[in-house]
Design a protein around this ligand. Structure first.
Ligand code: ZN
Length: 476
């Protein structure tokens, strides 16, 4: 893409923008990306080179440019089918944009990071958003795009992301889900039910029983009903989480004031699956609590491990998805959100068939794995070092993930010829081992990784574009 020589600058041609008699473009000068302005440069920090202002990609310049070029601001995407392109390294978004442009028909979220991922990568929510914005500028993307503050757990998380300008807020009350309720006895459930935070739920046990027992809920052609046990189980499992989600929503609404935003509730990172009846309970109670949300992530049956295909019974998932989707249409409409959605190629058609356009797909890890694929191609020696570190770290680093890869099935670097290195990324165990060790790899090799990718950005973008078209195709 960097093909237009302009003095000593390599210009990114798609970034060229004329606005109010001023020309803006992104260029590479001496290995660094810079913003070049011809015309009105006030408010931007930089140095004059001839009659051009050459500006660093600083947070202050990002803020000023966003004010001038409104399409660089993220915005809510509503009920359009959407895809979150998490980018841990901050270099992948141009590839994501090219895939989104090729596929058409899905609304993109180009900035998407959880606080946990930010801790691991040493980036701030503002940096994540700014990196995505510079890529939007680089690639000349003018259509709406969103920014997802993912897996927020505290009101402080919300405040940080509101200040950074996020538009999509994923609240994760999973720490407040009581997984023991999934299998607890009737006596234990009765105790848990009585002990729910009723005041914070603005509710009483009697009122809840009256709302749910001795009646039927017609949801399209589904008929749902609760008995004492199933109501107590749903309430015990999700009650405290609902109270927390309500608190987070009210905090967000107050912090955003008149600014537009959208809200997602996710309980995907919990130990036990969300049954359709529990989904109905959660959505009904969120409505009663005044929460408005655009998407919801139940914990689906089966296993959504990182960076690999779905593990589980597809026909059971399909049957439950039909019910989840009916509930999402009837109690919203809102989108079904697919977390850990990278590389779940066998389930995309099921979601597309059952939920239609009411789908939000979140990906992240797969863009890191594509970065490693680019490195295997352009710097095999470096990929060998990364693979060996990953193999050494896997048994420790896997602790905070749900993964089932076996280390013995991942070839050692010295067993592979250069041309075969990338094949580790086509194999289940290799993908998981490389995926969950990304924090260790960044700790040891972060700067070098970024340098190699930056120097070979076109190879990286091309790999991402091809890989993501496979993710997007089922939804367009
Ligand atoms: Zn998630």
């Amino acid at each position: 893409m960097v093909d237009e020589n302009l003095d000593d600058l390599m210009v990114y041609p798609r970034s060229r923008t004329e606005e109010c008699d001023t020309t803006y473009f992104l260029a590479r000068a001496g290995g660094e990306k810079v913003l070049v302005v011809e015309g009105e440069g006030s408010g931007l920090e930089g140095s004059l080179v001839g009659d051009r202002l050459v500006c660093p990609l600083s947070p202050a310049n990002a803020a000023t440019l966003r004010q001038r070029l409104p399409w660089l601001r993220p915005q809510p995407l509503g009920l359009d089918p959407s895809v979150g392109f998490g980018d841990r390294l901050g270099l992948a978004t141009p590839g994501h944009i090219r895939a989104a442009r090729q596929s058409g028909g899905v609304s993109p979220i180009f900035a998407q990071q959880s606080m946990r991922e930010n801790d691991r990568t040493g980036r701030t929510p503002q940096q994540v958003l700014d990196d995505a914005m510079w890529a939007v500028f680089q690639e000349g993307w003018r259509a709406p795009w969103g920014a997802d503050a993912d897996h927020l757990k505290t009101t402080r998380d919300i405040d940080i992301c509101v200040a950074a300008g996020y538009t999509f807020y994923t609240v994760d009350p999973g720490d407040h889900v009581d997984n023991e309720a999934h299998t607890a006895s009737a006596a234990v459930l009765a105790e848990k039910f009585a002990a729910l935070p009723w005041a914070r739920l603005d509710d009483t046990p009697e009122a809840m029983r009256q709302r749910y027992l001795d009646r039927e809920f017609e949801v399209e052609d589904l008929v749902l009903s609760y008995d004492e046990i199933s109501l107590a189980r749903a309430a015990a499992k999700y009650g405290a989480a609902l109270a927390h989600a309500g608190l987070m929503f009210r905090h967000l609404a107050a912090a955003m004031g008149s600014r537009a935003y959208e809200f997602e509730v996710s309980v995907d990172e919990t130990a036990t699956p969300t049954s359709p009846l529990e989904h109905h309970f959660v959505a009904s109670e969120l409505r009663r609590l005044g929460v408005r949300w655009v998407s919801l992530a139940p914990r689906y049956v089966g296993r959504f491990e990182k960076g690999v295909d779905y593990i589980g019974d597809l026909s059971q998932l399909d049957a439950e998805l039909a019910q989840h989707a009916a509930i999402a249409r009837a109690l919203g409409p809102y989108k079904l959100s697919i977390h850990s959605g990278s590389d779940k190629f066998s389930v995309y058609p099921l979601f597309a068939r059952r939920a239609g356009k009411l789908v939000h797909l979140k990906t992240a890890g797969t863009s890191y794995l594509e970065a490693l694929r680019a490195i295997a191609r352009v710097d095999p020696g470096f990929f060998r070092e990364i693979l060996e570190l990953a193999r050494a770290r896997y048994e420790v680093d896997r602790a905070t993930y749900h993964v089932s890869a076996e280390l013995e099935k991942v070839p050692a670097a010295d067993e592979l010829a250069d041309e075969a290195l990338a094949s580790v990324l086509d194999q289940f165990d290799g993908r998981e081992v490389l995926h969950v060790t990304f924090g260790s790899v960044l700790d040891r090799y972060g700067d070098r990784l970024l340098e190699v990718l930056d120097a070979h950005e076109e190879e990286y973008y091309a790999g991402l574009e091809a890989h993501f078209q496979k993710h997007l195709a089922p939804f367009v």
